[in-house]
Design a protein around this ligand. Structure first.
Ligand code: ZN
Length: 82
């Protein structure tokens, strides 16, 4: 298993992957948060550390590129399989 590197600029790479319907949302929350795209891990938003409802989590996990919007803080959730 690969060691997780915290210094990897993963967010900027993921930003390029954003589906068009999330780009406007991204721009609006970008002013509010320094980290508008956060990881969804074990059903928890790593921006606000709230646990998503399992149906919402499933929606993000099964979306085409693994993106969703946190229902609590509004950040963009990025789900990736490792
Ligand atoms: Zn959140």
């Amino acid at each position: 298993m690969e060691e997780k590197s915290v210094s990897l600029p993963r967010e900027s790479l993921r930003q390029l992957d954003l589906p068009p319907e999330l780009i406007d949302h991204y721009k609006s929350i970008q002013r509010r948060y320094s980290n508008p795209i956060v990881e969804l891990r074990n059903g928890v938003c790593l921006g606000c550390f709230m646990s998503l409802a399992s149906s919402h989590k499933q929606q993000v996990v099964s979306s085409e590129k693994g993106f969703g919007i946190c229902e609590f803080c509004g950040r963009i959730l990025s789900y990736e399989e490792y």
